[in-house]
Design a protein around this ligand. Sequence first.
Ligand SMILES: Cc1cc2nc3c(=O)[nH]c(=O)nc-3n(C[C@H](O)[C@H](O)[C@H](O)COP(=O)(O)OP(=O)(O)OC[C@H]3O[C@@H](n4cnc5c(N)ncnc54)[C@H](O)[C@@H]3O)c2cc1C
Length: 419
Amino acid sequence: MGICAEVLVIGGGAAGMMTAVVAARRGLGVVLVEKNDRLGKKLYITGKGRCNFANDCDVETLIDSLVVNKKFMYGAFREFSSADTIAFFEGLGVKSKTERGNRVFPESDKSSDVIRALEKEMRRLGVNVRLQSEVREICMSDDGGERICTGCVLDTGEEIVAGSTVVATGGISYKATGSTGDGYVFARSAGHSVSPLYPALAPLDVKESAASDMQGLSLRNAGLKVLDARKGDLLYSGFGEMLFTHFGVSGPLILSAESFVVEMLSGTEVKLVIDFKPALDEKKLDQRLIRELEVSPKRSFVNVLKTLLPSKAVPVFARIMGVDPGLRACDVDAGLRGRLKKLLKEFELTVTGTRDFNEAIITRGGVCVKEVDPKSFESKLVGGLFFVGEVLDVDAVTGGFNLQIAWSSAYRCAMGLPG
Ligand SMILES: Cc1cc2nc3c(=O)[nH]c(=O)nc-3n(C[C@H](O)[C@H](O)[C@H](O)COP(=O)(O)OP(=O)(O)OC[C@H]3O[C@@H](n4cnc5c(N)ncnc54)[C@H](O)[C@@H]3O)c2cc1C
């Protein structure tokens, strides 16, 4: 004999736990099933273990942070905003602090505090949490011509019968955390379309060895333009922190850029144009170069480069410029100075691809939002079936926005679940 519940939540990540808490606060009987032996495995590694769980911004900024399907989340963000998220966790005893870019973290810098707070609240509310319980399939039946979801079957064969079934299984990035794409299979079995999946917020591979030669070098404030190499069209531009790696480039600025171009990468040659000196316009940079070259004319050109660049970049710049190691500052003519200026402002790399899902922060694509009601997050095809969090085709840039999608969709869904 299986178990019965008013609400069945599949997945004990951010969206699943929030759904369970809010539904249980409304007095609904909730069962949450999670295939891992613990809850919130992905949540644990968010923000490098510090969990950037919100962004302290207004609703318009939340909408702007979305890369696709902006309109779909509007109502949910209005109903449960960043301020609501911060207050919600404060109410659970998680004090927060706000850092650069309005990123909100637990004051303790521990993602485990966020998970523990949700677990404790579920315990207090009597949510039936079942760990190591993997859902094999969702069950559907015909109710007078209307298809309804009646619950699920676990891989043990055990059945869970529920009035409402909420799929909160996440995407397919960082599979070791449990997000293996099962929700897409459930959605398809219910007749839903799943839009193509891409690794988003992922590092990029580049062709030139210059990147790996500078591996480990982090630029705290770089400018970046992403161009369609053939047409010259600007695909993305931004400022921020980036990192050179053994395969190419990474860091928050690159991850955000990747998110905007990932769908084009297979058919378009994409170039990155990096500005090492975004705070100086061409004229000011030229004046600075002249000053550096004149200050001690006998100095070697390489030593001049050391005053302008982090040490890991110096040999790379010298090699690309093809300068004689013995070249002195006083021998640098306007042509060479112009080439250095161009390299500092427009350092080009060619993208050869993106890293795979195991290095992608999130999954682009997912359950097609046209088939889900944004007011309730209920399927428009099957009654009693709901989708929340990353399983949906909604994603955002970095900064706490992706977790906000999870919290807001879960809150709105849970508030509308029938009693
Ligand atoms: C390294 C990393 C860092 C990140 N940092 C941040 C950050 O700082 N801020 C931010 O906003 N976002 C961050 N994100 C993104 C954020 O973690 C996700 O957007 C968010 O976790 C999605 O929540 P979710 O509940 O939809 O899915 P998940 O958190 O992936 O949870 C899904 C859960 O469902 C379970 N599950 C799956 N299939 C089944 C099944 N068949 N049966 C039972 N259970 C199942 C999984 O085991 C999992 O626990 C980060 C992501 C990564 C990978």
